[in-house]
Design a protein around this ligand. Sequence first.
Ligand SMILES: Cc1ncc(COP(=O)(O)O)c(C=O)c1O
Length: 365
Amino acid sequence: MRPRPQRLERLPEQYFAALLTRVAAAAAQEGEPLVDLGRGNPETGPPPHVVEALRSSALRADVHGYAHFRGSPELKEALAARYREVYGVMLDPLREVAIVPGGKFALMEFALVAAAPGETILLPEPGYPDYFSAVALAEATSRPSGDLDSPAAALYLNYPSNPTAAAAPAGVFAAAVEWAERAGGAVLHDFAYGDLVFDGRRPESFLAEPGAREVGIELFSMSKSYGMAGWRIAFLVGNEELVARVNELQDHLFAGIFQPLQDAAVAALTGPQGSVEVRRATYERRRDRALAALPGVEARSEGTFYVWLRLPEGVTAERLLVEQRVAVAPGEGFGPSGAGWARLSLAVADELLDAGLERLQRAVL
Ligand SMILES: Cc1ncc(COP(=O)(O)O)c(C=O)c1O
């Protein structure tokens, strides 16, 4: 076989795959059972009516062939209705909504449709590691987005942020639109944790910003709002040209999404929404618990299901793993400025969180 193509060589080590392997190896060592606060994986699934919608759709005879390439119009309408009701954003379901097989996939697609090889993509620093993978797949280069003075083909934004758990600061969306207009660049706002904001904040869609839909798209995922992370379904919405490019790319990548999955997503988006608030409130309560358990430690969380924590001198994620048997996500994996920080997940049962916090207290207080 010939050498591996450059495209593969350029991909970074997948941060979470490597972290899972490291944590599994530590868990297999002798000692008290390991508490894993490293992984951001919703601990509860979708409400029962969503699972029932999947089941009843799968029992139909006419849903097992290839689905419509570009997805069910009913699902696009359901998403558009949610955007109208929850975020005050009007979307044309046919032209401004693309259905994608999970947010991770969407992050890769954006780089492929927005940047040519060799062009620059601006990324949050620290930021979600998959953005680096997307840049590599698109054969582009990246620079931190802190400096919006310079030209680039594309910009990734992410509020509330993984890993820093920061909500969107005032003016950040307006600055992104201004940059895009000036640079002729495209914006992706990663809204994966959009509904999970704390302290009375309202979810803020990038598309509510004047001018945003002329320059950008937003990723809305079913994973976090509805506990459907394993289902692999999400949306890219907003700018008509970018949505068209994503649809065109997807015509080549897969042949529609399994219809019962789309029907279940309709049920999630149009059925009772109480579970979304229960989830949000649960994470806020756990956030309070985590911050109260770590007095004097610099720790932040305005949303998501994470706490971004500064590790005291001499404490590292690796030492916490080996000595305290608690896993956290090491901050340096999210970019150089994450060094000395760690991301703690709140998406675990209360008892596990308490056990993990106790172990952290032993090391950091
Ligand atoms: C910031 C961020 N964006 C996107 C995703 C991808 O979400 P999904 O592929 O589950 O839709 C995640 C998942 O953890 C995330 O944390």
